[in-house]
Design a protein around this ligand. Structure first.
Ligand code: ATP
Ligand code: MG
Length: 497
């Protein structure tokens, strides 16, 4: 007789009892109509009485009806189910295993094993917090380092400009270098803003082919890379935030170059694509431009592939792991889709779909505008005196009349008195958040009540998404991101004339 057959039913029962008693979990069995048929001693101890014969939802959770999270149907179809719940009775977290038990007569019961995981949850939350702090510190030190370098350049060139004698050529060189530093700093801030919620996109018409040609030439010229770009002649233009789309392309190119350190080919394909069925790609039906970006580098292993879009995930010695996280964020903000395919030692391709449609709530700056000769009257509100005087200077250089206000209240008075004098403002350029007094939201609301025709430019580094703000919806004409240049402000103003 072998060992297996030696165990009789009595012994089997003893074995199960030992398993039940040594288990950390609370165990019970109940019928299809939720009547408890068995409760483990530990569960009886916990509840304070033996609830056999009573409904499980009443005994375990003091509910009057079946628990809303109950997965009976699946279990009685023969599937084992796991889930986590927070019990309304004691506010603790439990992991629940729910499995069918088949009876000889063909009926079912269900076995429940419940484990208290409250402590584990707390540990996980603490770990996540620690991870977030680590990421924050990593990010802060990375940014501080980059900014310091940029500021050294900007400050340095400005200090050279202040020397008693500077030749015209040097003057031009210093100014251009300082300006270049500022633009890089702006780009850096933009990268960070890609992660912020609620930042509206400044959309304009973008021809992806032209943009790609510019950027690939800029980054790859003189390097051992060959870049093939294929695009139909009638490629659709997309409406997108140009700076952010540039960011996508830059990050893709840099990754491809790093994957092919000795040089190689990059193949970029642009196509007009119509998505008619939501379920094809989990995307809204409509017209999209599909960008396929392919390199023939070292490729990505399956285990790495799952993590490449995680912020700060990197396999590179000097990588920050932000490139693809930023790309994914930007694509999402444009209601697009990104996919990746890769094979080790063969190469990688990223496929990005960007919708071409104009969203109803986006702001569009027309790129090409005839030179404007009309003069207008513009009110500027900003609580920062330097920005107020800079913006005033720029507006005057455009040939417009302007007045300034350091808060919403002053601006409101100026709008009123201009109307009384029958010389109203046509445009209001306003900051959103002022440290003291009435800010942008309140001012825009008031301005539109007093002067319904006044056009609004929000000039701000960051603001809540004003399209979601009931007070602002439909009232704002243009969102101008700070910091802006003379040309950008001019473009915004000219769009409204
Ligand atoms: N074209 C590619 N070929 C091979 N591996 C890639 C490619 N693109 C991304 N990866 C992998 O994905 C990881 C994450 O890429 P991501 O661009 O987010 O960060 P990074 O390049 O490591 O650092 P950063 O872009 O911030 O300098 C990379 O470290 C690399 O392992
Ligand atoms: Mg990268």
């Amino acid at each position: 007789m072998d060992r297996k057959n030696k165990i009789n039913y009595y012994e089997l029962e003893e074995i199960f009892k030992a398993i039940v008693n040594s288990s950390d979990g609370f165990i019970y069995v109940c019928s299809k109509d939720h009547i408890i048929e068995y409760m483990s001693p530990k569960l009886i101890d916990r509840i304070g009485y033996d609830g056999t014969g009573k409904p499980c939802y009443k005994v375990l959770h003091e509910l009057e009806d079946i628990c809303p999270w109950c997965k009976d149907t699946k279990v009685f179809e023969g599937e084992t189910q796991y889930w986590e719940i927070k019990s309304p009775k004691d506010n603790k977290w439990y992991k629940v295993l729910n499995s069918p038990i088949y009876h000889k007569d063909g009926s079912f019961s269900k076995l429940m094993i419940i484990n208290d995981i409250t402590e584990k949850k707390k540990e996980n939350a603490a770990d996540e917090k620690n991870d977030r702090l680590k990421l924050l510190s990593l990010m802060a030190s990375g940014m501080a380092h980059d900014f310091n370098n940029l500021l050294t350049g900007i400050l340095g060139y400005i200090s050279l400009l202040k020397l008693p004698v500077v030749s015209f050529d040097d003057f031009k060189k210093y100014i251009e270098n300082a300006e270049e530093g500022c633009k890089k700093a702006r780009r850096l801030v933009n990268q960070l803003l890609a992660f912020s919620k609620g930042m509206p996109l400044t959309k304009e018409k973008v021809n992806l082919k032209i943009l790609i040609e510019e950027i690939t030439n800029f980054i790859l010229s003189g390097k051992p890379y060959n870049c093939d770009i294929t695009s139909p002649d009638d490629l659709w233009e997309i409406f997108a935030d140009k700076i952010q789309i540039e960011q996508i392309l830059q990050n893709l190119i840099i990754n491809a170059v790093q994957a092919m350190p000795r040089g190689g080919n990059i193949v970029i394909t642009l196509e007009n694509i119509q998505i008619t069925n939501y379920y094809e790609l989990n995307a809204n039906p409509g017209n999209y431009v599909r960008l396929t970006f392919k390199d023939f580098g070292k490729g990505i292993s399956k285990s790495v592939l799952e993590r490449i879009f995680d912020p700060f995930f990197t396999t590179k010695k000097d990588g920050s792991g932000l490139g693809l996280a930023i790309i994914q964020e930007i694509v999402k903000k444009h209601d697009g889709i990104i996919k990746v395919e890769s094979e080790l030692n063969k190469g990688t391709q990223f496929i990005i779909y960007l919708p071409i449609s104009i969203q109803s709530n986006t702001l569009i700056l027309e790129d090409f505008l005839p030179e404007n000769t009309k003069t207008t009257k513009i009110l500027i509100m900003d609580d920062d005196p330097m920005i107020l005087s800079l913006c005033k200077e720029m507006i005057m250089k455009m040939g417009h009349k302007t007045e300034t206000a350091k808060d919403g209240k002053k601006a409101e008075e100026l709008i009123k008195s201009a109307i009384e004098k029958k010389d109203p403002f046509e445009i209001l350029i306003t900051d959103m958040i002022v440290v003291d007094g009435i800010g942008g939201v309140e001012l825009i609301k008031k301005a539109k009540q007093i002067a319904p025709d006044i056009k609004i430019i929000i000039a701000s580094a960051y603001c809540e998404d004003f399209n979601n703000d009931d007070n602002l919806r439909g009232k704002v004409n243009i969102f101008l991101k700070k910091p802006y240049t003379f040309d950008e402000l001019k473009k915004a103003v000219n769009n409204l004339l």
